[in-house]
Design a protein around this ligand. Structure first.
Ligand code: GLA
Length: 411
């Protein structure tokens, strides 16, 4: 009898333990559908680095709405590196820097949300962030709960101080942690393309950086003394033009936060923006909204260009041809239309004389075609916002160095 009772007790405990083990639900895979078109917003890093605070964020959110940026589609305010205190608290929780954010992060997030905007934060898969703040390594589930409780909508997750860490595993762990925490948060991988995230990140992330950091120049390489480089925007485009088939709705190749309105000429800003639209890159502004010139605002809120970027097919464009140093980039759009950008990569003024009949388009990665011998397209100049003829005749124009002409071809 005693034996029977004992085995009954043991098996009851075993069943309970088994049931408990089974009832723990770990989420896997990203939150689907959070970024069906490339995310648009603002990130603090390019202009402010770690010099960020509550006032800056509130003013940026205010201007995002009052300037028309929000109406144009920009809705994420993302705080990059430098938002945290140097150490976690006694329970291992992250803490917002009490001097930069005297009222804490929650109040600020509620403020941004009250403006109809979304809010993002930054951390890093390593032991420390790139700027030396507490990294998430070993705290993935705790940090994910922290973010979910705060109510953030976007997490940028960087790749500094990760010696010996396996990238696909580290990013999958954080993705699962976010899923388990239960709040839909866009997961933005910032692994710089070192381990080809386009090969493995689609199930776990909504966007992934494909290069090292951008630099506010047209086509330069900026070598840092510590032996790494930042890249002019055309360098990034060129570097990653061949991974277009890995990008699409909810899984974007991220060409980095924009430098529009920072140190380049107005012409280069236009080209930079046009190329980010052509590449279906996330459009994350990186300038100081409080000092934004009307020309910069006009570029960033150009509805015609944004429509190219946000087109629901979500296809990254490609280089069709180069004529006398003028590159021709094309991007298939929904409803049979195409975006086409002439970009003068040279230092000389050029004359464009583009013969459509000799330049029919075949997109071998996605199977779209434009045969200019069979179909005539109406041409709309997207910067001038007007129709400029059809593909019956050659397209002719003058183009100054580093400038773009962006067209929409409508069948
Ligand atoms: C890395 C990232 C940048 C920025 C900084 C912050 O360099 O690539 O975008 O987040 O870290 O330290």
């Amino acid at each position: 009898m005693k034996k029977l009772l004992l085995s009954l007790i043991i098996s009851t405990i075993a069943i309970q333990a088994f049931a408990q083990g089974n009832s723990y639900k770990q989420g896997t895979g990203k939150f689907e559908g959070l970024a069906m078109t490339p995310p648009m917003g603002w990130n603090s890093w390019n202009t402010f680095a770690t010099n960020i605070d509550e006032k800056l964020v509130k003013e940026t959110a205010d201007i995002m709405v009052s300037s028309g940026m929000a109406a144009a589609g920009y809705n994420y305010i993302v705080l990059d590196d430098g938002w945290m205190a140097k150490e976690r608290d006694e329970n291992g929780n992250l803490v917002a820097d009490p001097i930069k954010f005297p009222n804490g992060m929650k109040v600020l997030i509620d403020y941004v949300h009250s403006k109809g905007l979304k809010f993002g934060l930054y951390n890093c898969a390593g032991t420390r962030t790139c700027a030396g703040y507490p990294g998430t390594r070993g705290f993935e589930y705790q940090d994910a709960r922290f973010y979910a409780n705060l109510g953030i909508d976007f997490l940028k997750y960087d790749w500094c101080n990760t010696a010996g860490i396996n990238a696909p595993e580290a990013y999958a762990t954080m993705s699962n942690a976010l899923k388990t925490a239960g709040r839909p948060i866009v997961f933005s991988l910032c692994e710089w393309g070192d381990n080809n995230p386009w090969d493995w990140a689609k199930p776990i992330g909504n966007l992934w950086r494909i290069s090292g950091d951008i630099y506010p120049c047209f086509d330069c390489e900026f070598k840092h003394p510590e032996n790494w480089s930042s890249w002019g925007f055309m360098k990034i485009v060129e570097m990653r033009k061949d991974i277009r088939k890995f990008s699409g709705p909810d899984h974007w190749n991220d060409f980095d936060m924009m430098e529009v309105g920072n140190e380049m000429t107005g012409i280069e800003d236009r080209s930079h923006f046009a190329m980010w639209c052509m590449m279906a890159s996330p459009l994350i502004a990186g300038n100081d909204f409080r000092k934004m010139k009307p020309e910069t605002l006009a570029i960033l809120t150009n509805k015609n260009l944004i429509a190219i970027n946000q087109d629901k097919l979500g296809i990254q464009g490609f280089k069709l041809t180069v004529e006398d140093g003028v590159e021709v980039w094309v991007k298939p759009l929904s409803d049979g239309a195409w975006a086409l950008t002439f970009l003068n990569r040279t230092e000389l003024a050029k004359k464009i004389n583009f013969d459509w009949k000799k330049n029919s388009i075949k997109d071998v990665d996605f199977g779209y075609e434009a045969d200019f011998n069979k179909t005539i397209f109406k041409i709309k100049d997207l910067w001038k916002n007007k129709e400029v003829g059809t593909t019956k005749k050659n397209f002719t124009a003058d183009i100054v160095p580093h400038d773009v002409i962006t067209l929409k071809l409508i069948p």
